[in-house]
Design a protein around this ligand. Structure first.
Ligand code: CMP
Length: 138
């Protein structure tokens, strides 16, 4: 089933020059880009995006990090795009959970600096896409 998912290349991925590699992996998988933008993230957008984590102890650090420098936001499209991108990304902890060969497994060392974000369900994808790309109607 064709789906859309929201993918972010976080400030660490942008600053380390991994944008091309991440997009290359997305395209080689067979997924396509429906939208893409390099942008600064406001605290308002970051808080809304990560609302489900607002009670977690790392929430403050997460907001500080995601608003610290530009991110690349993308809408990625294709058959089972949500699960397909999560497979490419690997688990949240780049050392304990992400296998070698995944984006996080290959490039990450710390859970806070795990390079990419991908929506975790169709509901999250719809909510996140409308937050980041309000002018897109899908
Ligand atoms: P992401 O997929 O963007 O969704 C929530 C983010 O919170 C996650 O990736 C991590 O970057 C961050 N995160 C999750 N758990 C922790 C943690 N224990 N410490 C710091 N950051 C975390």
């Amino acid at each position: 089933m064709t789906e859309q998912t929201l993918v972010l290349i976080k400030p660490d991925g942008v600053q380390r020059g991994l944008v091309g590699d991440v997009i290359n992996r997305i395209e080689r998988k067979g997924l396509t880009l429906a939208a893409l933008e390099l942008r600064e993230v406001t605290v308002e957008l970051a808080s809304a995006h990560y609302a489900e984590h607002s009670e977690r102890p790392f929430f403050g650090d997460l907001l500080e990090f995601i608003t610290s420098a530009p991110v690349v936001a993308m809408v990625v499209e294709g058959d089972r795009a949500i699960a397909a991108f999560r497979q490419l990304a690997g688990g949240t902890d780049p050392v304990e959970k992400a296998a070698p060969g995944t984006i996080r497994g290959d490039f990450g060392l710390a859970t806070q600096f795990n390079i990419v974000h991908g929506s975790d369900s169709p509901e999250s994808a719809a909510r996140e896409i409308s937050l980041w790309f309000p002018s897109l109607n899908s």
